[in-house]
Write a protein that binds this ligand. Structure first.
Ligand SMILES: [Fe+2]
Length: 531
């Protein structure tokens, strides 16, 4: 059972829906460290940089990582002790985070619906600490919490980098890596991402939840194995994870955020977990979302903003507990919906499809990209600009896709964006290199050059699949709405390999198939982009 920061009771019901009758109620069940236990840990890339930091300084390749976690509503004298301790070796966590922020939200911050009614459960305090001055490729060991309220279990991540990661030899197991990162650095010029959308969550004991996505558990288990195995093999399983919206499908049932964060923790405590906002996090009428349906259950992006504060704007909208003189602020945070970051060879731009198009910002961001540092540019957003479904061209999602193409496509083309990743449609779909619904023409002898980004719908990670017509339009090179899986892309300086992976427990290797098996997954689709 998860620690939800408040005692819980079990209720036996008979029947279902509004007519269900309560039969029995258990005694109240608590946890030994109910409020103080640090839970829901994950890390994100706060900043990467390459260049001279200060007069006369050496060119350096460094980064800062944000650690996020959750506690109950601790009194100020205990809250003030929360921190992250970290270091370069297990058991030698000599350093402490320099920036610490905390936030919380209440029922009044919800926009309505079930989120403000029976779905509400207090989320406690949401902590973010920044670990600055990390040397790219170093393994950083860390824990969060406090000596008074207890520490998290130890965890580690590899410090992000720009340009390419300089990867030290890694541990044979999670436990310990005694070797100093500076001894025998092994240069591996590849940057790997895991990417997917529309994951949701599923209890390991198969307990029913209001929104249950059994396939999500198969995928997070498979990704966890993939990452752990590659660490043991001394190579990176992933330098970052990109979740392109529709995260937990809590949709107002706050406890399911805890279940989701618990499910992704083995991945997200080790690999920076970068997110885009989806309709099921954000949309609510008259709350500022662009599409305006009821898909967030009344959350209107508030739990998402507190739980996944992506690279924070300066000044941060989240008040420091220190600045607030010990008081945790209780107010709605603004949308933190779009941002960009570098990891290794890849510049990633995350847009919000749930808000008015961010064209000016996108133009500025892409203009500033140094392709000699990050030769690959990937744009991620929740709703696709290109997809094919069973409902012809009349559905709202097609209207949104047309709006997004009108807003962004010319900018993406002009800045030679390589890949556009989206979810929302619960399937895998890959287009040709495309602009204005037109594929690149075949060129005799190859060497076609850049025509437009390849758009990939990767909304097949957990939620029930959405059907696709049998014969999709020819702009779609490969489609699959039968399997659940995730994608991986590996960027080298001159080529990018993209793979759609389906855990073997679900996929079957047919006779005579050309599909291969990699790391316990079927490779259902793969393609290579080259510069
Ligand atoms: Fe969606």
């Amino acid at each position: 059972m998860l620690n939800y920061r408040k005692p819980v009771v079990f209720v036996l019901m008979r029947g279902r829906g509004p007519g269900a009758e309560q039969q029995a109620v258990s005694n109240s069940i608590s946890f030994p460290n109910l409020e103080g236990e640090p839970t829901n840990g994950h890390v994100s890339i706060y900043k990467t940089y390459w260049g001279r930091q200060g007069l006369g300084a050496q060119e350096s390749n460094g980064s800062a990582v944000a650690v996020h976690w959750n506690t109950g509503r601790l009194p100020p004298h205990r809250a003030g002790l929360q921190t992250v301790e970290y270091g370069r070796a297990p058991g030698q966590l000599w350093m402490q985070a320099t920036e610490l922020r905390v936030s919380s939200y209440g029922r009044d911050d919800m926009c309505g619906g079930v989120a403000a009614a029976r779905g509400f459960r207090d989320g406690g305090l949401h902590w973010t600490a920044v670990l600055p001055g990390l040397v790219a490729g170093e393994t950083i060991y860390y824990r969060y919490g406090s000596a008074v309220d207890g520490w998290s279990s130890p965890a580690f991540f590899v410090a992000p980098s720009s340009p390419p990661p300089l990867l030290p030899p890694l541990a044979q197991s999670d436990g310990a890596r005694e070797q100093d990162a500076e001894q025998g650095i092994n240069l591996v010029r590849v940057t790997r991402f895991l990417a997917f959308g529309d994951l949701g969550q599923h209890s390991p004991d198969d307990a029913f939840q209001h929104c249950d996505c059994p396939a999500s558990r198969r995928n997070t288990d498979a990704m966890e194995r993939l990452v752990a195995k590659s660490y043991a093999d001394g190579e990176p399983g992933a330098h970052a994870i990109l979740h392109v919206g529709d995260l937990s499908y809590a949709m107002g049932y706050a406890a399911e955020w805890d279940a989701f964060l618990h499910q992704i923790a083995p991945l997200a405590r080790r690999v920076p977990y970068m997110t885009a906002i989806g309709n099921h996090e954000r949309d609510w009428p008259e709350s500022g979302s662009n599409v305006g349906q009821y898909d967030s259950g009344g959350e209107c992006g508030v739990p998402y903003a507190h739980r996944f504060p992506m690279p924070l704007p300066t000044p941060s909208p989240l008040k420091s507990i220190v600045e607030g003189k010990g008081k945790a602020p209780r107010r709605r945070v603004p949308d933190l919906a779009y941002y960009s970051f570098d990891q290794g060879l890849v510049h990633v731009v995350v847009l919000s499809s749930e808000h008015i198009a961010q064209v000016e910002w996108l133009e500025q961001d892409l203009t500033a990209v140094r392709r000699d540092v990050t030769p690959w540019v990937v744009v991620a957003l929740h709703r696709p600009m290109y997809f094919t479904g069973v409902d012809g061209k009349g559905g709202d999602d097609y209207k949104v896709a047309a709006y997004l193409r009108d807003a962004y496509e010319e900018v993406l083309l002009r800045h030679k964006v390589d890949l556009v990743l989206a979810g929302h449609h619960h399937s895998y779909q890959r287009t040709c290199p495309i602009f204005n619904y037109t594929c690149a023409p075949p060129v005799e002898g190859g060497g076609a050059g850049y025509w437009g980004p390849v758009h990939v719908v990767i909304g097949m990670a957990g939620f029930a699949n959405t059907p696709i017509i049998t014969f999709p339009p020819r702009q779609f090179v490969y489609t699959n709405s039968h399997n659940h899986g995730f994608t991986r892309f590996s960027a080298h300086p001159e080529a990018l390999l993209f793979e759609y992976l389906v855990p073997l427990i679900e996929g079957k290797l047919g006779s005579g198939t050309s599909e291969s098996v990699v790391d316990g997954c079927l490779v259902k689709d793969s393609f290579v982009l080259s510069h």
